[in-house]
Design a protein around this ligand. Structure first.
Ligand code: ADP
Length: 327
């Protein structure tokens, strides 16, 4: 559990955040406000389409993963940046409400809060434009400033939404503190081998794996998982949506099937999986079993609409795992 500091909360703070000194999981990543419009069909270049009403939700892979881990019982702290604006205050409040520490989320004085503009067709097909704003200002100095969070943490979870030199600094800081580094290769980007060789676990979906491996979508996913491992991390996971995932470690290859559910919205499946994987792993669960826990969390998330609102609680994941064991 997150322990609070003994210093009193500042009465002047508009949204007081928990002040954990000892998280189990540290997430370095993006915070975005998702601005979503339903459209009859995605606009072609130069076209204007009339959409439905506007919906705004807290998002960003980093923030989603932090909320997922916290809901599943892990003391979680986020490192990131928002703008000194109303969107930033909303995102900070959403993390606070989920019990994620925002002690290392800074207000950036020069860039606005990150925003994702999302258009969604009735088929579920979407098109997304991200204005990263303050997320691109997260610096290696922010990692130094948040250094003490790594002392207690057992897992550091990082998607690729902040600059790579910051991710490299966090990987180094985490390793020095004996904290396992899980790198989520999302959004799809090529990665330098110096970074890959410093991480414990690389997690990629099929599109991200194709980018990392410079190939088309892999035909044989078990071979692709081994090819990801060969990039230099100590372990690699290839996720395949409803077809489950492969976990490759030195001398060992495991297949973890997806839980059969009726999916209504697959947004944040990967984030739910990563949060679940991290939460289980910090409790000492061995990696293949932690993947099963993450897969159960993701299966529940896809049965509900939205990103953060769809993320399940530990009791729900345990019930699903129990049903499987008994069925
Ligand atoms: P991402 O959201 O990053 O693209 P995936 O779609 O590969 O990631 O999903 C990650 C994991 O979530 C999968 O390995 C699987 O365990 C689970 N998952 C995703 N989609 C479904 C689904 N339709 N039904 C059940 N589980 C799913």
């Amino acid at each position: 559990m997150v322990r609070r500091s003994s210093s009193p909360n500042r009465v002047s703070a508009p949204t007081p955040s928990p002040q954990p000194l000892s998280p189990d999981v540290v997430v370095l990543g993006g915070l975005n406000l998702d601005i979503v419009v339903q459209v009859p069909a995605l606009p072609r270049p130069g076209e204007t389409v009339a959409g439905g009403s506007l919906a705004m939700h807290p998002g960003g892979k980093g923030a989603n993963q932090a909320v997922a881990a916290a809901r599943l019982g892990a003391g979680t702290a986020m490192i990131g940046r928002v703008g000194a604006d109303d969107f930033g205050r909303q995102l900070r409040a959403a993390l606070d409400a989920a019990g994620v520490s925002t002690v290392a989320v800074q207000d950036d004085p020069s860039e606005p809060t990150g925003v994702a503009l999302i258009a969604v067709e009735p088929s579920g097909q979407n098109s997304i434009v991200v204005a990263p704003g303050a997320n691109l200002r997260v610096s290696p100095d922010d990692v130094v400033a948040a250094g003490r969070l790594f002392e207690s943490a057992r897992v550091c979870l990082m998607p690729l939404e902040v600059p790579l030199d910051t991710i490299a600094a966090a990987a180094e800081r985490a390793q020095a503190a004996g904290c396992k580094v899980i790198l989520n290769a999302a959004p799809a980007t090529e990665l330098p081998s110096e970074l890959l060789t410093t991480i414990d676990l690389l997690v990629a979906n099929e599109v991200e794996a194709a980018t990392l491996l410079h190939t088309r979508l892999p035909a044989k996913p078990d071979d692709a998982a081994l090819a990801l491992l060969a990039l230099g991390a100590r372990g690699a996971i290839l996720t395949l949506g409803e077809r489950g995932l492969w976990l490759a470690q030195a001398g060992r290859l495991d297949y973890v099937p997806a839980f059969p559910v009726r999916a209504v919205d697959t947004t944040a499946a990967g984030d739910a999986f990563l949060g679940g994987l991290a939460a289980a792993h910090v409790r000492g669960t061995e990696l293949a079993e932690a993947c099963r826990y993450g897969a159960a969390a993701a299966a529940l998330a896809v049965t509900r609409p939205g990103a953060q609102p769809s993320l399940p609680a530990a009791v729900e994941v345990e019930a699903l795992l129990g049903q499987q064991a008994n069925g």
